[in-house]
Each structure stands twice: as C-alpha cells, then as structure tokens.
Design a protein around this ligand. Structure first.
Ligand SMILES: Nc1nc2c(ncn2[C@@H]2O[C@H](COP(=O)(O)OP(=O)(O)OP(=O)(O)O)[C@@H](O)[C@H]2O)c(=O)[nH]1
Ligand SMILES: [Mg+2]
Length: 345
C-alpha cells in the first residue's frame, strides 16, 4: 500500500501537497461536554457565568487561538492560512454542552485538524473553568462533522440526490429528461454526475413515467402525492428518507457542472432549511438546484397542506443559506426548443 504519510525508507513524512490546487475548504468539528448538575445555578441564558468569567466566551477565545496553533501541535500538519473560524456553543436542560467549530481556508489541503483542535481546546477550557465546582465533567463524542472543498466530502448526515423529472415538458414538446446530451439522455448524464457526490441518487417522476424508456433502470421515487409540480417530488423524497440531506437538481438545468455542485457543498449549512443559489435577476432562492436538510420536511408538508405549492414561495420566508452563482449560465433553465438549441449538447 502506498501510504502518503511514509517515505521510501518507511519513515514518517508530511504529505506532499505541492502539486495540488488551492480550493475553498471548510471543516466543522463537534465535541460534547456533560456538566454536573451543581453547575445549573450558574447557567444564565446561553452562557455559564462564574467568578472566573463567562465560560463559553472564554472557550471560544481559547478555541480560536488553538485553531491558529494547530500546525505547531500536530507534527505533520501543514501551515494553512485560517480565513474564518467560528464557534457555536449550546447547552441543553440536562447540562449537555455541544460545541461546534467551523474553519475555512483557501488552500491545498483541508482544515479538519484545525476544527478538531478548536473544539478540543474549547472543551478543555470549559473543563478548566468549571472543575473547581466539580471534577465530574465528561468530554466526549469529539468528531468531524463536515468537510467540503477537497476530493472527498463529508456532511453530518448522508447526502442523497434527487433529479426532478416529473414535469410535462409542454414547452419543450418532448420529455426534457430524455433530451440528448453528448450521446445519452440528459437524466443519465446528471445521474452519473450526482453519483460522485451522493450515496444514492433517485429520479423523481410521475408513477410509471419512465417504464419502457432508457431511464427505466435508474432508481426512481414515484410521486406519493398527486403530481402538481416539483413540490410533489420534493415531498415524496423528504417523506421516504426524512433523515438525509437531499441534493435536488431539476432535469432542465442542463448547464449544471461538477463545480456547481461542489460550490453548493462548500457553502452548505446544516442548521438552515436549504442551501440554495440566489436567482440574481429576481433575488429569490433557486429551489431546484439546492441542498435540503431534514428541516425542510415539516416546512414543505405544512405549506402543501395550506395549498402553497410553489417552492420559491415556500423557501422565501424561511432561513436559507443563499449563495451567488459563480456563473449565472450554470442555472439556465432549458424549457423550450430554442433554449435547448442555444446550449452545447
Ligand atoms: N416529481 C415531479 N417533478 C415535477 C413535477 N412537475 C414538474 N416537475 C419537475 O420540476 C422541474 C421544473 O418544472 P417546470 O420546468 O416548471 O415544468 P415542466 O412541467 O417540466 O415543463 P412545462 O410543462 O413546460 O412547464 C422539472 O425538472 C420538472 O421535471 C411533478 O408533478 N412531479
Ligand atoms: Mg423549468
């Protein structure tokens, strides 16, 4: 086996990243701390206030300093410019504290060690601040939750892919998912692209839509609810696998590239309903090229029950993570034969 951490003499070495290219990379790590009940009286809102000072605020400062020092502590870590470092600390009613640290850089290698170092030192700082009140403090579950921007992507839950194909393609006059794209139906091309990022990819279609077509062999989620638009496909996906993230792409976004997906993943936020591109002309979130978290399930179900079917209308008032497309053409909607003729296929 060729281990990148060993040299030809079986001695350890720093991984050579000199020929890699710099990309925007992000890592989020998490640690938990179980505090003893005697600390309850010191909890004031989102903070623990001791004579020594504000515990979480101190932990954030310590964690930030630790992130910047990671290269000095871990022998084979590279020196990486830290471009952003944020902490989120929450405490629940059982005094279980959850710390998350997110680090960003534009570099040739990832910042997961930095994020892990950050939560670890933040946790130890909380321990140090609280230990005089009781030594019964347990730090646990330190782990990497999210890593994006490099060769492999890790999110805090599985990523499934959904290709929306259940429309009637009236304007096109033929099924858009079957349009030729470099020698194969576009849905197959997009399916293969999404497979490299998702654990599972499904077509979203009307029941029996793809029987006896070239798409028949692809995994399909037929609409559970009557097919009234893309919301039917979204709801079916959210209901079928409620605990995963969904990367959703409509089959008429024929200019989507690997970089379109990677950019979404790099900016993905697990705490919002969805990470979406902004439609620059109209300012609304683009719902059909987006990553949805499990929080979307309830929002879309309630909207559907209230008779609101338009995904843009549903997303607009919600907390979404919005990003500007790197290239507006990537999100061009191919709805008519003229649109199709205007693109390279
Ligand atoms: N699963 C599912 N997807 C749908 C449904 N209606 C539309 N879609 C998909 O949602 C995306 C956006 O659809 P539109 O472009 O608005 O509509 P369309 O029906 O494909 O095309 P037109 O008939 O020309 O309006 C496309 O990928 C469609 O395949 C539906 O009822 N169920
Ligand atoms: Mg369309």
């Amino acid at each position: 086996m060729n281990l990148s951490h060993l040299d030809a003499n079986n001695q350890p070495k720093m991984v050579d990243i000199s020929s890699k290219s710099s990309t925007l990379r992000r890592a989020t790590a998490q640690a938990k701390i179980q505090l003893p009940s005697c600390l309850q009286t010191y909890v004031k809102g989102d903070e623990i206030l001791l004579k020594k000072g504000a515990v979480f605020q101190t932990a954030i400062i310590a964690g930030t300093m630790a992130v910047k020092k990671t290269e000095e502590l871990i022998p084979f870590c590279h020196q990486i410019p830290i471009e952003s470092c944020t902490f989120a600390i929450e405490i629940n009613s059982d005094l279980l504290v959850t710390i998350q640290c997110t680090v960003k850089t534009t570099a040739k290698t990832g910042v997961e060690m930095e994020a892990l170092c950050g939560v670890t030192i933040a946790a130890l700082t909380i321990y140090d601040m609280c230990k005089s009140l009781s030594p019964h403090i347990v730090i646990r579950d330190t782990q990497l939750l999210i890593k994006t921007g490099g060769k492999t992507t890790l999110l805090e839950r599985p990523l499934y892919g959904l290709i929306l194909t259940g429309g009637h393609s009236k304007r096109m006059g033929q099924d858009k998912a079957l349009l030729n794209y470099h020698g194969q139906p576009y849905a197959i091309d997009l399916y293969k692209l999404m497979q490299s990022y998702c654990q599972q990819v499904y077509l979203s279609a009307r029941p029996n839509q793809w029987l006896e077509t070239p798409l028949a062999s692809l995994p399909t989620l037929p609409d559970h609810v009557s097919s009234v638009g893309p919301i039917s496909g979204l709801l079916t996906a959210f209901q079928t696998y409620p605990n995963v993230n969904w990367l959703v792409i409509a089959c008429d976004l024929m200019q989507v590239k690997a970089s379109t997906i990677e950019y979404l993943l790099t900016h993905y936020e697990g705490m919002t309903i969805a990470t979406c591109y902004t439609n620059l002309e109209q300012g609304f979130p683009e719902p059909l090229c987006a990553i949805y978290t499990p929080k979307a399930h309830r929002i879309f179900t309630e909207a559907y029950q209230a008779g609101i079917y338009c995904p843009v209308k549903i997303l607009k008032p919600q907390p979404c993570t919005l990003i500007n497309p790197q290239n507006v053409c990537e999100l061009m909607n191919i709805n008519t034969p003229e649109d199709y003729a205007s693109i390279d296929h």
